[in-house]
Every structure is written in structure tokens, then in C-alpha cells.
Design a protein around this ligand. Structure first.
Ligand code: UD1
Length: 374
């Protein structure tokens, strides 16, 4: 008997979670799979390039949702997805991470009686101001099975009263993609031409790599202006590479503060996955408000200073190379000095962040018919 699964993805951080699993399932004879892209992210640099580099085919369906308020994105996805699933119905739907597309797809499926598996379940920042936290809590509360990246996620779910039989500790699928990328960029320098150009052209050594896009950092003009001032100050001393997320780019343009950039600061468009991994691997340290980068830098053992007051990935602080900075910029400068002086903590490897999570998930999928009675 074969099992039919659909993957629903929508935004950049979903694509590297989908890819390893898609490729692994493609090797299995008795699983049929299709991908639905909601279209939440639509720029080629935010979407298409990830499908090409991670060797997964163009999705069978694209709902073309695009940008909008959270309600618009969620509601549009729900309406379009329901229509599609009425015509082409899978046994299971896999949803990824914590973006609006994740929650929208979960709600549609559970209401239509289609089973849902949530990849990267159980993460909690305990900050309900974050749209992603709402998406995580709601998705986990109704999904049929919860595939977690680390033991702390299991604990979070159990605290919420989730039955143990729904929770499967499978490991961190982002690390599968990271291992895939590291291997390819090692073999083929053509994949990282842009990153190498960025570094060579500017004769960068010991550069700092940064990404910021969270509403808490970039939607308030005052917060964003202050952050850019801090970055400029850092760039007086260190080379500073800042690939710009479209949300951040838009706000910087509105504030008209993209000029008067110090010589050592390089602002670039969103980078491909391979270019970005190469820069991460070679950075002296990373400043970010991303979730995934906190994990990738831990695996790469590169110091990560997180420009947020909390994290849904505390394991990257306890065992990894991550430190929460919030908006304490004195702490930021002192941590950069610590790193420079070689006094910063060293990361250890985290169990099941081993590049084999996709295999564990696809084996589980093959057993899903037996688990179908939740
Ligand atoms: C979304 C996710 C966030 C994730 C991030 C990664 C939610 C609630 N948030 O945030 O968890 O970390 O993706 O990038 O789902 N835009 C473009 N081109 C695109 C996509 C977006 O120009 O391809 C612009 C639009 O102006 C849009 C803005 O970026 O309004 C924000 O995009 P959106 O998908 O709403 O949220 P993100 O900030 O990307």
C-alpha cells in the first residue's frame, strides 16, 4: 500500500527544511509526494534559488498568496488550499517551522480530516508578541504528530499536556541541508562565486556577518535607526556584511538611511543558500535575529550574537555558540571583544543534529498507516 503525502511550504526558512526530506522520500517506492508552495515568499532570491540549489523540483502547486497582513496571508492561504485539497487529497500533509503558511495549512487540513505532521514542533520562545510563537503554539495544538528537533521541545510539548505518543524526537532537519551545502561547496566553488566575490573584492578578513528582519528590530523606525547606527559603529573597526531581507530593505529605503555607509560595511541583496552558508562558515562572528541561523552557527561552531530578547532555541545558548543580546549594545560590543580575544565559549554538538533527520522522518512516514488512529 502506498501513502500519499503533500508538503506545504511558503517562506524562505521552510525550503531548507523541506529539501532533505523531499529528496529522501523520492527514494522510497511506496510514498507518493507533491509540494504545495503557498507563495508567501515570491521573489526569486527568496524562493526559486533554494529549490534549484537544494535539488528539489518546482512545486506541483503554487497558491500565489504573496504579501499582506497576517490575517490576509493566513486567510488567503486557507481558502486556496481548501479548494486544492478538495480536488487532490493526500493521506498526510507535512508542515514546516512557524511561518503563517504553516498555521494556515494546519488549520485547513485538520478541519478537512487530513492528518498533519509538524516538522520542527515544540519550539517555544514564550513571547506571544512574536507572530511565529502564535503559529507554533496553534500548529502544535492541533497537528496529529509532532516531529521535534531536540529534547527541550519534547519537554515544552509535555508541559502543554500533549500526549507522549504524538511526539517523535527526530532531530534537526536544518542541519541535513547544512551538511548537504557544506559538502557541495567544498567540491564546487562555482556555487559560492558571489560569496567569494564579496570577500575578495573587499579584501575581507575577520568579517562580521549580519541579518535582521524581525518586526521587533526593523518595523519601528527608532529601533531600526539605532540598530543601523550600532552596525556603522562596528564597521568602523570590522568588515561588516549585511544581506538585506526585503522587509528590512523596504524600511531602510523609507527612512532614507541607506547612504553614508562606512567603507567597511557592505550591504547586499538576499544571498543564495550556498553563498550564505559559505559566509557563515568563514565569519568571525554572526549578528542575527533569525531562528535558523542560531542553529546553523552552533553546528558550524561560529559565535552567534542574537539581537533578540528571547529565543525558541535555548539549546543553542546552553550547548551552542549563541548568546542573547536583545538591545543591550554594550553587551554586544563586549562580546565582540571577547570573541576577538579568543575568550568566547565553545559550542558542543547537539544530539541528533547529525544530517540524518530526513531519513528518520521518512522511516516514520512509512509507519504512519499504523499510527493513523490518533
Ligand atoms: C516570514 C516569517 C518569518 C521568517 C521569515 C524569513 C511569518 C509570520 N514570518 O517573515 O518567521 O523568519 O519569513 O524570511 O510567516 N517580501 C518581498 N518578497 C518576498 C517576500 C516578502 O518583497 O519574496 C516583502 C514584502 O514586502 C512583505 C515583507 O517582505 O511585506 C515581509 O514578508 P512576509 O512573508 O510577510 O514576512 P517575513 O518578514 O518575510
Amino acid at each position: 500500500m502506498s501513502i500519499k503525502v503533500f508538503h506545504v511550504v511558503g517562506a524562505r526558512p521552510n525550503f531548507m527544511k523541506l529539501a532533505p526530506l523531499y529528496r529522501d522520500i523520492a527514494l522510497k517506492e511506496n510514498i507518493l509526494q507533491k509540494t504545495i508552495h503557498t507563495g508567501q515568499h515570491y521573489d526569486p532570491l527568496m524562493s526559486d534559488i533554494f529549490f534549484q540549489q537544494l535539488e528539489i523540483p518546482t512545486p506541483e502547486y503554487n497558491l500565489g498568496i504573496g504579501s499582506g497582513t497576517h490575517t490576509q496571508q493566513t486567510a488567503k492561504t486557507m481558502l486556496a488550499l481548501e479548494e486544492l485539497l478538495l480536488k487532490d487529497k493526500p493521506d498526510w500533509v507535512l508542515v514546516y517551522g512557524d511561518v503563517n503558511s504553516t498555521l494556515a495549512a494546519t488549520l485547513v487540513c485538520v478541519k478537512m480530516g487530513i492528518k498533519v505532521a509538524h516538522v520542527e514542533a515544540g519550539l517555544r520562545s514564550y513571547d506571544r508578541q512574536m507572530p511565529e510563537e502564535i503559529n507554533r503554539v496553534l500548529t502544535d495544538s492541533v497537528a496529529d504528530i509532532l516531529l521535534t528537533p531536540s529534547e527541550d521541545a519534547n519537554q515544552n510539548l509535555m508541559k502543554e499536556g500533549v500526549s507522549k505518543d504524538k511526539i517523535f524526537l527526530v532531530g534537526n532537519i536544518m542541519i541535513d541541508s547544512l551538511c548537504f551545502a557544506l559538502q557541495l561547496i567544498e567540491q564546487e566553488s562555482k556555487y559560492i562565486a558571489k560569496a567569494k566575490k564579496i570577500l575578495q573584492k573587499n579584501d575581507y578578513q575577520n568579517f562580521i556577518l549580519s541579518t535582521v528582519h524581525r518586526p521587533s528590530n526593523v518595523d519601528s523606525p527608532n529601533a531600526l535607526k539605532r540598530l543601523i547606527e550600532v552596525f556603522k559603529e562596528i564597521a568602523q573597526e570590522y568588515y561588516f556584511v549585511l544581506p538585506l531581507h526585503p522587509r528590512t530593505h523596504k524600511h531602510l529605503q523609507e527612512l532614507n538611511i541607506l547612504n553614508e555607509i562606512p567603507e567597511k560595511m557592505l550591504i547586499v541583496e538576499p544571498l543564495s543558500y550556498f553563498d550564505f552558508v559559505y559566509l557563515q562558515k568563514n565569519a568571525f562572528c554572526i549578528l542575527t535575529d533569525s531562528g535558523g541561523i542560531q542553529e546553523e552557527s552552533t553546528f558550524l561552531q561560529v559565535p552567534c550574537l542574537t539581537l533578540r530578547k528571547n529565543t525558541e532555541r535555548p539549546i543553542t545558548i546552553e550547548k551552542g555558540s549563541n548568546t542573547l543580546i536583545g538591545d543591550d549594545y554594550d553587551l554586544l560590543f563586549s562580546k565582540i571583544k571577547e570573541i576577538e580575544q579568543g575568550k568566547y565559549k565553545k559550542a558542543s554538538q547537539i544530539p541528533l543534529w547529525d544530517g540524518k533527520t530526513a531519513q528518520r522522518i521518512s522511516s516514520l512516514i512509512l509507519n504512519l498507516p499504523k499510527l493513523g488512529t490518533f
